[in-house]
Design a protein around this ligand. Structure first.
Ligand code: 0O2
Length: 223
């Protein structure tokens, strides 16, 4: 520590353990850097997959990629729900979705192709796979979820970092972002009615995704 803690402690009405607070604060900054680096690794891998598709098949399976670090509020809420203290170690041990990458594809086949080509990378380990496309959630939610780990090389050595990857079509993403807003609606009666309507939309969107893919296959004589 290169400054005098007694200065802070002399103005510390709530008796906070300043040394512990600073230690934890730096711990969180380092975590931020670690998960951000893991996201960059995954983004690069996805870019390479997409570029190879372009040079081999003259088309891109990926429409776009969005990444995010889970917000501090969301992290705190999730740890609290699990009854776990909010520390940097608890985050590493218990949460696998701090680093999140969302891959938006054109067609359903592209989702599985991207997941397959990612799985061929021998520095990636698959921890969990949830196929909400083959098995949609009761509300109609569809996406392929993967929890993978990637290595991140720091001055202190190699760290294995989990990243949650959600892969979905443009249409599934359109649906999920509207459905997400439902969670912030407090009027239960309206929410139930809208949830029903969204469920119908999810089925319509799935039919459209399948038809678009079939048209694409026929146009390119893939069937
Ligand atoms: P945020 O803000 O996106 O991070 P787990 O993480 O395994 O403890 P869970 O719910 O079993 O919790 O994981 P799951 O089913 O893999 O879902 C994780 C993420 O998928 C969610 O993150 C959402 O982003 C998305 N998701 C899952 N179900 C739905 C759904 O019904 N509607 C929408 N719009 N998105 C969904 P978080 O943690 O909720 O929040």
């Amino acid at each position: 520590m290169d400054f005098d803690l007694s200065i802070i402690n002399s103005h510390n009405p709530y008796n906070i353990d300043v040394e512990k607070f600073i230690e934890q604060f730096y711990g969180f900054i380092q975590l931020n850097h670690l998960y951000d680096s893991a996201i960059r690794q995954v983004e690069t891998k996805l870019e390479i997959i997409d570029n190879e598709f372009q040079s081999t098949f003259q088309r891109n399976p990926i429409h776009n990629v969005q990444s995010r670090l889970k917000s501090p509020q969301s992290i705190a809420q999730k740890l609290q729900n699990k009854g776990i203290p909010i520390t940097a170690n608890a985050i590493i041990e218990h949460l696998h979705d701090i680093a999140g990458v969302r891959v938006i594809c054109h067609y359903i086949d592209d989702i599985y192709a991207v997941a397959h080509y990612l799985s061929l990378h021998d520095d990636i380990t698959l921890l969990n796979r949830k196929d909400y496309i083959k098995h949609p959630k009761p509300n109609g939610y569809r996406s392929l979820h993967l929890i993978i780990t990637v290595p991140v090389y720091l001055s202190t050595g190699k760290k294995i970092v989990p990243v949650e990857i959600q892969i979905r079509t443009i249409a599934m993403d359109f649906w999920a972002s509207l459905e997400h807003q439902l969670h912030y609606k407090s009027d239960n009666e309206v929410s139930d009615e809208l949830a029903q309507q969204l469920k119908v939309c999810a089925e319509t969107i799935n039919d459209t995704d399948l038809k678009m893919q079939s048209i694409y296959h026929r146009l390119n004589k893939m069937d």
